[in-house]
Design a protein around this ligand. Structure first.
Ligand code: PAN
Ligand code: ZN
Length: 188
């Protein structure tokens, strides 16, 4: 990255979520093995092809104290069985690092779980909803709509992502389609 500590600007397409200039990273079904509850439905989806689940456009800055990372995420509409497409979700490695998620387009739920107590929350998001994610709360976005769910996130650059810890603990909340409507379900 060409970084000269000068102010800079990017352009965000608010509907599509595309950031220019930025680096895009695509996460596909094959990257999310073990994430969805219905393993048989996952296997069947994989046989159809390796569909995109989400694309992240990152705006890079040095991962140093005081810097802010930001990105858009385009979470495509889709389901594995009855479970809606979602991001992998993570804790931050830095237990003091919070984050803000702002929905630019689409609709869904942000699922959160607190590391110590295991307390869980679901927050409905639509265009314009901005959620403050406190430190120590794992976070995962779910698209319950028929169009891409686009959101913009900002967080401390040295936060780091701990996917493994969330995978081990499991996420207590899931969102399934029930009678053509989303239903937030607590597992276990
Ligand atoms: C977001 C997420 C992004 C993709 O930028 O990293 O939406 O989700 P996963 O990282 O869970 O795959 C963020 O929360 N950054 O901290
Ligand atoms: Zn995060």
């Amino acid at each position: 990255m060409n970084w000269d500590k000068r102010p800079f600007a990017v352009t965000i397409d608010l509907e599509a979520g595309v950031v220019t200039p930025a680096e895009a990273r695509v996460t596909r079904l094959s990257d999310l093995e073990g994430l969805f509850v219905d393993e048989e439905a996952y296997r069947q989806e994989r046989e159809k092809g390796d569909l995109r689940v989400y694309t992240v456009y990152s705006i890079p800055v040095p991962e140093e104290r005081g810097q802010l990372l930001s990105c858009t995420t385009i979470l495509y509409p889709g389901k594995v069985g009855k479970e809606y497409y979602m991001t992998r979700g993570h804790f931050h490695l830095d237990t003091q690092a919070a984050e803000v998620y702002t929905c630019l387009s689409g609709e869904g739920y942000l699922l959160l779980v607190e590391d110590g107590s295991g307390e869980a929350e679901s927050i409905k998001v639509v265009k314009g909803t901005s959620v403050y994610v406190p430190a120590r709360w794992a976070h995962r976005m779910v698209n319950c709509g028929k169009i891409p769910l686009v959101f913009y996130a900002v967080w401390p650059a040295e936060a780091g992502h701990d996917y493994e810890r969330l995978r081990e603990k499991g996420f207590p909340l899931r969102v399934f389609e029930e009678g053509e409507r989303p239903s937030v379900v607590r597992l276990g």
